[in-house]
Every structure is written in C-alpha cells, then in structure tokens.
Design a protein around this ligand. Structure first.
Ligand code: FAD
Length: 483
C-alpha cells in the first residue's frame, strides 16, 4: 500500500518533468498569482508558459478593451485569416481553469501598477506598442495624412479608429515606409472589393473602399531595395494582386543580380523576387499586368521633407533624394542630398513604425527606444515586474518572435518563483483587484462574456456572407457582454 505513492512519484516526475514536480507541494496560501497586462500574443504566450510550468499558479490577463487578442484581431490584415488561427491556442489558454481574462480594464487608468503589485506575486507587462512614430515634417497634420496604424485599426474595427476621416476620393496615394504594414495598407487599397467582402473587414471600411477612386499607390522608402523591411510572402502577394501592376524601376534593381548570391537566405529570396518581377517577368504576368487598371510603384532613396496641401486638401509630398552610405551591403545609412522630388497625391499614409508608451508613472521607460528597460524580461530595478512582447523589444518581428519572447518571460517568472526571488505571501490576486474595480463601478468582461460578443459578431457577419462583423463600439460590446 505504501510503496505505491513512491513508485507513482518517480513515474510522475518522469512523466511531468522536473519543474512540474518541484511545485507539487505548493500550499493554498502560497499559490502564485500572476497578472498579465495585455491580451495580445505576448500576454497569451507568457500565460501559457506559466500555466504549463507550474501546477498551481493562477494567471489573470487584464485587457483594456472588452475583447481579447490584441493585434491578432486589430492588426493582422482581414485577408490573412490563416494568421489568426493562433486565436485557437489563446482560447485554450483562456479556458484553463487557472486562467482568468478580465477585459475592459485599462492598467494605469482604472488600476495602478502599484495596486497590481500588492495583489500579485508577479506582474507581466505585455501591453504592446499602441502609439505610432511621427515624421515631424511640415504638413503632417493636414487632413488625409493618415497614420497606417489608424488605417489598419479602421478597417479592422478598432473602436478608437472607427470614425477615421480618410478620404478615398483620390487617384494617387503615397505610403511612406516599406515594411509589411505598408504593404498591408497598399494591398487593402488595391484589392478588388469582391475579394475583401468575403473577409472580416469592417463593413464601414468596405463601404468606403467600394467607393474608392484609388488607382495608384507609391510605396516609398528612404533607403534602397536591399534595405526594404517587408518580407517575401507579402511582396509575392502584391505581385499577384488581380487587375494590378507592379512598377519597379530597372535602374533600382538591375545590378542586384551581382550581389544576390552574397546575401543571407531570406534577404536573398526577397531580392531575387524584386529582381525577377522587374527584369524577368513571366509571359503570363507581363500579359496580365499590361491590362491592369491599377498599379503600385516602389520608390527608393527618398525621405519626405514636406507634405503639400491646398485649401485643406493634400496635393503631394516633397522628398529629399538620398545617397546611401556605409560599407555594409545591407546596413547602409540614408543621407539627404540637396536634390528634391515631388510626388502628386491626394492621400498620404505614414507607415514608419509603432511605439510603446509608459502607462504608469512608476514604470521605468526608455523613451528613446520606446520600450520598458529590461534584462531578459525582468524590468530593471523593479523586482516582481516583468515585460514581454513589443513593449519589451520594440515593434519588431512577427507573432512567432513574440511567442518565443513570451515563453522566455514565462520561464523567467517561474525561475524567480523557484529561487524565492518573488513570493506569494499575502497576495490575493484578482479577489483584491476586483474589489478596487467594483468600488469604481467598472464593468469587467469575462471570457464567457467575450464568447457572447464572438457569437454575436459571427451572427452579424453571416448576414453579409463574412466570417464575422466586428462590433466597433465599446458600449455596444459591453451591452452584448452583459446580455
Ligand atoms: P499586441 O498584440 O499589441 O497586444 C497588446 C495588448 O495590450 C492589446 O490587446 C492592447 O489592447 C492591450 N493593452 C494596451 N494598453 C493596455 C493597458 N494600459 N491596460 C491593459 N491592456 C492594455 N505578425 C504575424 O505573424 N503575421 C501578420 O500577418 C502580422 N500582421 C501584422 C499587422 C500589423 C498592422 C501589425 C502592427 C503587426 C502585425 N504582426 C503580424 C505582428 C504581430 O501583431 C505582433 O508580433 C504581436 O501582435 C505583438 O504582440 P504583443 O502582445 O506584444 O502586442
């Protein structure tokens, strides 16, 4: 009878791994309560790691919006539904008995980080990069100079951007920036409505895009074709857009064949595609492109210096022609010359990157890098505070990179628990913060509330033959959540 537990424990140790077993004796008072701020990929992957690595830890995910998933819902383009499959994994995590989603709570406003630290063993900041970088040039505040971040939010049903005043009654558009977000914006502007209407793009955006007169989109970078930040999948999609022709200038790419072989693999494949699209297009593509009614054009070595407007309407962008300096083939620096160029257009998108903001005065913040200063996810000089995702690295990389970072931060929290660097004594978790939020009359959204919103959105989408129609109004989300 008494031998059995010992045999079981050895087998259990083998089955469940060392870290699981290490915590098996956790008593109810020292159950770790971990709070994660933000329910994007960083938040969910960090939560997943902590729940997997500790048999008793409880994880609460606080989200400022009433709905979860961050940029997977509000950033990823509507015509990339496969990318959103990560939501299934996040949903499994959220349904874990030891995980609690609390939406509609803005940390720094509804509750302070100090309060969270009193209630939780560890607080992980995973609140992303909600702001965008600006150009600081004349005319930037003119109507129809739009941040790509807001435009993406607009077509993805982000409440704060649903009324974006974007005027698509123009033929020429300039996008400043050559990353994947710039290509997402260009693709959405140029994709036939018949394709977009089958996606979960917001109906207000679809209506506006169906009246759009946009015919030509310039995608402008300050450096050259070897420095573009977009990736091959997104470029290939652009070359395959129906009724749309790519314009890549021969003088920009004709010498690239000499250096292609020396490039690292992803950059090599991307550069090959740029080169071939311009220099060696297939007969089919040449034929299709000759008949297209719309086009996009890559322009290199240009930095905006002024946005021109007349009578409240954008008329174009004045740009400095740059020279590239530096010995390294890829890491070259753009230096403006005295030469300038002008591109006529009626709409300008600024797509030069996102940035994080400090959400609470007690938080250390590196304003230059736009991140919370940290060492491997531990916030510098703030024991018990951690960070993960774009707020810790800056707005770089895809969901896969954010996943790796989230797992790493999760492991660091587990290690600090194990080493006794953080303790759970007196920490009551959400029991404590709910008291504070309730006293302020805050409506908290649970994951089952989200299920109701989800169900309602899918129902509304089916009316239009779409996978979902996102509710873009916070009070409406809250009403459905309560129903
Ligand atoms: P986020 O996803 O931004 O999550 C942060 C969360 O924190 C949000 O839900 C936010 O509402 C919440 N929050 C903010 N402030 C507070 C607060 N004070 N209190 C509580 N909660 C708060 N990657 C791909 O792999 N494929 C793609 O196709 C792709 N497309 C993209 C398109 C765009 C336009 C952008 C910008 C990015 C795209 N990415 C894509 C990259 C991917 O979205 C990021 O790697 C990832 O979302 C970063 O995760 P995060 O959790 O750090 O931030």
């Amino acid at each position: 009878m008494y031998i059995l537990p010992r045999i079981c424990s050895r087998h259990l140790r083998q089955l469940l791994g060392k870290s699981f077993f290490r915590y098996a004796s956790t008593s109810s008072q020292d159950v770790p309560h971990v709070c994660i701020v933000g329910s994007g990929p960083a938040g969910f992957y960090t939560a997943q790691q902590i729940l997997k690595g500790h048999p008793a830890a409880r994880v609460d995910i606080l989200e400022k919006l009433p709905v979860p998933f961050g940029l997977v819902r509000f950033g990823v383009a509507p015509d990339h539904p496969e990318v959103k499959n990560v939501i299934h994994t996040f949903t499994t995590t959220a349904r874990n008995q030891r995980c609690t989603f609390i939406g509609n709570v803005e940390v720094g406003k509804d509750i302070s980080i100090e309060d969270l630290q009193k209630a939780y063993t560890a607080v992980v900041l995973a609140y992303g990069a909600d702001d965008d970088r600006t150009l600081a040039i004349k005319g930037e505040d003119s109507p129809n100079v739009i941040s790509a971040r807001s435009f993406v939010g607009w077509f993805n049903g982000l409440p704060q951007d649903k009324d974006l005043p974007v005027d698509l009654d123009v033929e020429n558009v300039v996008i400043l920036g050559q990353g994947n977000v710039a290509l997402d914006v260009a693709r959405i502007l140029l994709t036939p409505i018949s394709i977009l209407q089958k996606t979960d793009i917001s109906q207000h955006a679809l209506d506006a895009l169906s009246r759009s007169r946009v015919k030509k989109v310039y995608i402008v970078g300050r450096r050259g074709p070897l420095q573009v930040a977009f990736t091959i999948k997104e470029l290939r999609e652009m070359t395959k857009l129906p009724d749309c022709r790519p314009v890549i200038h021969k003088e920009d790419v004709e010498n690239l064949d000499k250096v292609i072989k020396d490039l690292p693999r992803p950059r090599r494949r991307l550069t090959e595609l740029l080169y071939k699209t311009c220099m060696e297009p297939s007969d089919t593509d040449t034929h299709l492109w000759s008949q297209a009614s719309k086009e996009w054009e890559l322009r290199f070595r240009l930095s905006p210096i002024e946005i021109n407007e007349r009578e409240g309407k954008v008329t174009g962008v004045k740009l400095a022609v740059n020279q590239l300096q530096g010995d390294d083939l890829i890491n070259k620096k753009a230096v403006a010359t005295s030469e300038t160029e002008h591109i006529d257009c009626g709409l300008v998108f600024r797509s030069i990157g996102y940035k994080s903001i400090p959400i609470d005065p007690i938080l250390p913040f590196d304003t230059r890098k736009g991140i919370i200063p940290n060492i491997k996810g531990r916030v510098k000089e703030k024991p018990g505070l951690y960070c993960s995702g774009w707020v810790s690295t800056g707005p770089v990389g895809v969901i896969l990179n954010t996943m790796t970072g989230g797992f790493e931060t999760g492991k660091i929290v587990l290690k600090d628990l194990e080493d006794g660097i953080i303790t759970s004594e007196g920490k009551r978790g959400n029991e404590m913060i709910k008291e504070i939020l309730e006293s302020k009359g805050k409506q908290m959204v649970t994951f089952s509330d989200w299920d109701k919103i989800d169900e309602e959105e899918i129902k509304r989408g089916s009316v239009f033959g779409k996978p979902r129609e996102k509710i873009a109004d916070i009070s409406e989300m809250l009403r459905v959540a309560k129903s």
